[in-house]
Design a protein. Structure first.
Ligand code: SAM
Length: 232
C-alpha cells in the first residue's frame, strides 16, 4: 500500500459493482445549483453520480484512477458524460485553467495522502470562482476504529491522532484490503484553505449512503460533507 497504484488495483477488482452505484442525492445539502454548470466529478467511480449531475442540468466530466471503472462508466453513462482515466495525485493537464464551475469529490480523498496537490489543481480548474463539494469519511470514526478492538481495526494498531496515517479496511466478499489514509480534523481543512478556498458548508450527516446499516447513534457519524468556495 504505497501509492495510487495500490488504490487503482483495489478498485480495478470491483468492476462488478460492489454497491458503489449510488447517485449524489445525499450531496444535495451542500451542492449548489448545478444547472448549466461545468462540473468535474473527481473520482467518479462507476459514474452513477456523474449521471445524476448531468440529469440535474450540468455538463459533466468524470475522471477516475481505475481504468475498469472508467470503462464501465463510459459504457453505461457515456451518452451524457465524458469520462477519462486520471490520477488526482498528478496534475490534471488535460484541462485548461478555469474550465470548470464546480468540482465534486466524493469518497475519494481518503485514498489520497497529500491533499495539497488535488486542491491546488481544483483551484486552477475553477479559476477565480466556483466550488468544491467534498464527501469524506468522518475523521473521528477512522480514529476510533483504529484505536478500538472492533472488527474495523484491521491493522490492530493504535492511531496517532495528529498524524496522517495509512491503514487498510477490509471490503467486499473476499475482505480485500482497501488502502486508506486517516488524518486529524485540521488536515481536512488546511489544504483547501491554503489553496484559496473558504469553507462554506460543513455537515455531519447521521449516516452515509453506503453504510446506513452500520450507523451507530452512540458513535460519531461516519461521514462529512463540505463545500469550499473559491475566493480570489
Ligand atoms: C468509493 S469510490 C467513490 C465513487 C463515487 N465518487 C461515489 O461517491 O460513489 C472511490 C473512487 O475513487 C477513485 N480514486 C481513488 N484514488 C484516486 C486518485 N488518486 N485519482 C482518481 N481517482 C481515485 C477510485 O478508483 C474509486 O473509483
Amino acid at each position: 500500500m504505497e501509492d495510487a497504484a495500490d488504490v487503482e488495483a483495489f478498485y480495478d477488482q470491483f468492476e462488478e459493482r460492489l454497491g458503489l452505484t449510488g447517485d449524489y442525492e445525499h450531496l444535495e445539502p451542500v451542492l449548489p445549483d448545478v444547472s448549466g454548470k461545468r462540473v468535474l466529478d473527481a473520482g467518479c467511480g462507476l459514474g452513477a453520480g456523474s449521471q445524476y449531475l448531468a440529469d440535474s442540468g450540468a455538463t459533466v466530466v468524470g475522471v477516475d484512477l481505475s481504468n475498469e471503472h472508467v470503462e464501465a462508466a463510459r459504457a453505461e453513462y457515456g451518452a451524457d458524460v465524458e469520462f477519462h482515466r486520471m490520477d488526482l495525485t498528478e496534475p490534471l493537464d488535460h484541462f485548461d485553467d478555469g474550465s470548470f464551475d464546480l468540482v465534486v469529490c466524493a469518497l475519494v480523498l481518503a485514498h489520497v495522502e497529500d491533499w495539497d496537490q488535488p486542491f491546488a489543481e481544483f483551484a486552477r480548474l475553477l479559476g477565480g470562482s466556483g466550488s468544491v463539494v467534498v464527501h469524506v469519511h468522518h475523521p473521528f470514526v477512522d480514529y476510533l476504529e483504529l484505536e478500538s478492538d472492533s472488527a474495523d481495526n484491521v491493522l490492530g494498531e493504535a492511531a496517532e491522532y495528529a498524524a496522517v496515517e495509512q491503514f487498510g479496511r477490509p471490503w467486499g466478499p473476499d475482505g480485500a484490503i482497501m488502502p486508506m489514509y486517516r488524518r486529524p480534523l485540521g488536515e481536512y481543512l488546511r489544504p483547501a484553505l491554503d489553496a484559496g478556498f473558504v469553507l462554506a458548508e460543513f455537515l455531519e450527516p447521521g449516516a452515509g449512503p453506503h453504510d446506513t446499516e452500520r450507523y451507530d447513534p452512540d458513535r460519531p457519524p461516519r461521514h462529512l460533507l463540505a463545500r469550499f468556495d473559491r475566493c480570489e
